[in-house]
Design a protein. Structure first.
Length: 299
């Protein structure tokens, strides 16, 4: 007599309607709470900018009586024209633009070449060199400003735009080099092999093949550098002390701060004038900024 085995299937007990409802509503509740927290954080983060924008359109009495309320009772657009004239923002704007463009160009050239060499070549002491260069990221600018000032003075570049450009560019070389190194390291080596087969040298491969492919990373490093150079205060102040006409917009804000009083509404208007170009630049390049960072971290 043969035993017949009856297959048994173990099935999960059916879910009750209450459990199903809890499973459906729990992700939605978490999503709503997350959106509310992010919205509150975004408002708190943007509030100082809205306050400065609103205060730049107030009169002096409205500025002090309004408190934390960013909305002006009447819009005084003349604050912007008055701030532009009193602080010589026309001259300072040109100086800031020249310094920013020069700093971005010098930084992109040096960091792209350095990043490509570190990503594609092996040489004795490469690890030690990377460690020493990385250590400079943790050095505060205040500790290095004296030897840098002495070097610039000995080179005869003090009180010139070139001094500000060179010092500004040197401050972002390490960070930009590491970004380019990560980006070039993620590119397939078959492109270089194909260029070598066609007779291209190491330098020709960089300029004709690899550099055109690094557009997103170039936009990222350029945007980082432009924001830093445009908003820099300490370096332009130190290296243009002897020639006030070479000041930048950030340094020119000092014109609204007197010994006995401060023109707060004009100071806010000057802040908006200073921030507006770099905010517009970020909005135009944000897509390349995100793509460049994504390409730098993927391996």
């Amino acid at each position: 007599m043969t035993a017949v085995s009856v297959p048994t299937s173990r099935s999960a007990p059916p879910s009750t309607p209450a459990v199903v409802r809890r499973k459906r509503h729990r992700p939605r509740a978490v999503s709503v709470m997350t959106h509310v927290a992010l919205l509150a954080g975004g408002i708190a983060w943007l509030y100082p900018f809205w306050w400065v924008l609103g205060s730049s359109l107030k009169d002096t009495d409205g500025f002090f009586s309004g408190g934390l309320n960013p909305l002006p009772h009447q819009f005084l657009w003349s604050n912007y024209t008055q701030a532009w004239r009193e602080a010589s923002f026309g001259t300072y704007f040109v100086n800031t633009l020249l310094i920013t463009l020069g700093t971005v160009a010098l930084t992109l050239i040096t960091t792209a070449m350095g990043g490509y060499v570190l990503a594609r070549t092996k040489f004795p002491g490469r690890g030690l060199s990377l460690g020493l260069v990385s250590a400079t990221l943790f050095l505060p600018h205040g500790y290095t400003i004296i030897p840098i000032f002495d070097t610039v003075q000995r080179l005869g570049l003090l009180n010139s735009l070139w001094a500000v450009i060179i010092v500004q560019a040197s401050g972002g070389v390490v960070f930009g080099t590491f970004l380019f190194m990560g980006y070039f390291g993620a590119i397939d080596r078959e492109l270089e092999d194909a260029a070598r087969v066609d007779g291209a040298s190491f330098h020709q491969t960089f300029w004709r093949v690899m550099l055109p492919l690094s557009g997103p990373m170039a936009a990222t490093v350029g945007l980082f550098t432009a924001i830093t150079a445009w908003n820099s205060f300490f370096i332009p102040l130190v290296f243009t002390l002897g020639r006030p006409e070479l000041r930048t917009l950030a340094v020119g804000m000092y014109a609204f701060i007197g010994q006995n009083s401060t023109q707060w509404t004009l100071l806010c208007a000057g802040s908006v004038i200073t921030l507006a170009p770099i905010v517009v630049l970020f909005l135009l390049l944000q897509r390349f900024f995100v793509n460049g960072l994504a390409g730098a971290v993927k391996q």
